[in-house]
Design a protein around this ligand. Structure first.
Ligand SMILES: [Zn+2]
Length: 74
């Protein structure tokens, strides 16, 4: 199983809370905490996992890396 960053969006009505986590277990944990603290409710792991989205690779919207070439000063 690959550990790619995940994004979770709260599915409670009127709540657009979003969180990101480094992997699935962390995302589930953080999501359950949000639901418990904010909604006083409980969400099953499967339900959370179901709506997890893969995060785009980090730095996706950054400018492409420019290779630094060593300067030769003569
Ligand atoms: Zn929420």
């Amino acid at each position: 199983m690959t550990e790619s960053p995940k994004r979770w969006t709260c599915v409670e009505a009127g709540c657009s809370y979003e969180l990101t986590a480094a992997d699935v277990p962390s995302a589930i944990q953080a999501a359950q905490r949000h639901i418990a603290e904010v909604h006083g409710s409980f969400e099953l792991e499967e339900m959370i996992e179901d709506v997890l989205e893969d995060m785009p690779e980090s730095g996706a919207d950054q400018s492409p890396r420019t290779a630094r070439s060593p300067r030769t000063l003569q």
